[in-house]
Design a protein. Structure first.
Length: 132
């Protein structure tokens, strides 16, 4: 028997930034199987999307290396690259927990409508268009 809160739609926390709330709502709108018990994971995914976007903007165009003026003007990898990579990994883990990939949905028996955009297209559409 399902618990009562599993049928409710998840809500972002009161402390979530406006950017995170936008991503949170986009995820919940597309992934209709997500319940209230998934709210923390959805919010972590939304945060990782926002952080990834911010780090990406710091990296482009062509800022993969920076001059570290505090340590003798050494050329170093941009710290934003580490932030981007970490946010991407956290997002991947959360997406798997929420069955957002076709493989995860198939494993759970969740059917995907072929005429709709994929979740990746919906969530990263803004990043793709921004890079162009």
């Amino acid at each position: 028997r399902r618990r009562r809160d599993e049928n409710k739609r998840p809500q972002p926390s009161r402390t979530a930034s406006p950017e995170v709330v936008v991503e949170f709502r986009r995820i919940v709108k597309v992934a209709t199987w997500i319940g209230a018990a998934d709210a923390a994971t959805v919010e972590t995914l939304a945060e990782s999307i926002v952080l990834q976007r911010e780090a990406f903007n710091l990296l482009m165009p062509g800022r993969l290396l920076v001059i570290d003026k505090t340590h003798g003007n050494d050329v170093r990898r941009n710290p934003a690259l580490i932030a981007w990579r970490t946010a991407a990994e956290v997002g991947r883990i959360c997406a798997a927990k929420l069955a957002l990939s076709p493989m995860d949905r198939a494993r759970l028996g969740l059917e995907e409508e072929s005429d709709k955009q994929s979740l990746a297209e919906v969530l990263f559409d803004e990043v793709i268009h921004h890079a162009k």
